[in-house]
Design a protein around this ligand. Structure first.
Ligand code: FES
Length: 102
């Protein structure tokens, strides 16, 4: 059984947008795609930009610093082949968005 930790409340993340959330001393990027929540690591692989502050278009987020793009459902980088940020299994319980720790 994986351990789930709360990263944010469902009302914290507007539909079609993302936030940066801190849990257990680590930052996560939490996105709301029409009521379905997705969580990836917040730190862009390029130079550490905050992905949770990026613009979300469909399931693609654009890093606010230099424009690298990632799929928020998989963490896969669309800008450079072979790069990926961690992507977490999400569970919504009541008003809480929780992720499974690896
Ligand atoms: S830090 Fe994200 S694109 Fe440069």
């Amino acid at each position: 059984m994986p351990t789930y930790i709360r990263v944010a409340g469902t009302s914290d993340v507007a539909a079609g947008a993302g936030i940066v959330a801190t849990a257990g001393g680590k930052e996560y990027a939490v996105f709301n795609l029409d009521g379905t929540f997705h969580v990836i690591d917040n730190t862009c692989v390029h130079r550490g930009g905050p992905l949770g502050e990026g613009e979300l278009e469909g399931d693609t987020v654009t890093c606010p610093w230099h424009g690298w793009q990632y799929n928020v459902k998989t963490g896969v980088c669309l800008t450079k082949d072979g790069i990926k940020v961690a992507c977490y299994d999400v569970q919504v319980e009541g008003g809480d968005i929780k992720i499974a720790l690896p």
